[in-house]
Design a protein around this ligand. Sequence first.
Ligand SMILES: Nc1nc2c(ncn2[C@@H]2O[C@H](COP(=O)(O)OP(=O)(O)OP(=O)(O)O)[C@@H](O)[C@H]2O)c(=O)[nH]1
Ligand SMILES: [Mg+2]
Length: 332
Amino acid sequence: MTGEPDSPEAWASLAITPSVAVVGLGGAGSEAVQDLLALGIPGAHAIAVNTDAKHLARVGVDERILLAHRELRGRGSGGDRDAVLRAAEESREELLRRLRPFEIVFLLAGLGGGTGSALLPYLAGQLRRTETLPVPVVFLPFQVELETNASRRENVVATVDELEEMGGLLLALSNEKLRRFESLPIHRVFQVRNAYLHSLVASLVDMVDHPSQLNVDLATLKNHLRDSGLSTLLSGEYHVSEPERLVQEALSGSLLDFHFSGRTSALVHLEGGSNFTLRCLDRVLRAMRTRLGEPERLVFGTRVRPEPREVVHLTAVVGGLRTRTVRDAVTA
Ligand SMILES: Nc1nc2c(ncn2[C@@H]2O[C@H](COP(=O)(O)OP(=O)(O)OP(=O)(O)O)[C@@H](O)[C@H]2O)c(=O)[nH]1
Ligand SMILES: [Mg+2]
């Protein structure tokens, strides 16, 4: 420890940096984790959990967990959510032992299969009883997959219902929204989506990880989430001279699926340079208020860097998603 026992340095070194895990569940989730790793999330630990031993063996992560179970025999579940739940229940202690040490655990899964669809709400529910903050991230299948495959649709709806019921943060990335990139090759489209997800994950981690002038830390975030119902995460960057556009970009440029209800709330964090003025902050907050239809609660934090910057970065946790929103997207 540096400095005198009562010095600010000593206290700073006592403050615990949030430890973050990015966890891929099933095939699609594990692949997305690899893309996030490639883009870099400083300090985050990458884990893949699968019932498919072959797939697990070829993903490049820090830690692999095979859900071994008599029924599944290391070959994936072939869409059997119930079998995966039985396996998860059997391995509950082990899974929690590996995930509980982290303060924030992002859980990623493509919905529609068995492994990711079953594990995501199961683990989110288990972790919510601990000190760890679970952040579920789901990839919703293309509409055509839902319309042409009843069992896949049932898996998706069951998972989404459980997650909505739980409340808290939910990042639902809609494959349908990827249609705006339809001229790109398919693997590139998923990379674009994962790069967008990376910017959200990195923004959240950065918001709680580095001290600000008006601070938003992990405790602030957890408190905010407790009273906000179902929430999602937005982020964006725009020129410091156009604060309203910053809010518009963050809300409309999103690949997430969400609609707001009448009772919204927002936790907003802004980072800018030495030219980020109080007027700019005020305009962002007013724009946010208008766009969210007079939120019940608006909490904000700011961080100002010593050098001037062209852009302001916004991270927002917005609560009060209309219930059934994601399900509407699934059943529309
Ligand atoms: N492979 C892959 N699939 C994706 C991706 N994004 C969404 N998906 C979809 O994710 C859904 C779930 O598929 P998987 O991840 O293979 O399923 P799983 O969770 O491994 O479950 P089982 O194999 O049935 O045990 C499917 O509808 C895919 O089309 C992606 O980036 N990669
Ligand atoms: Mg699989």
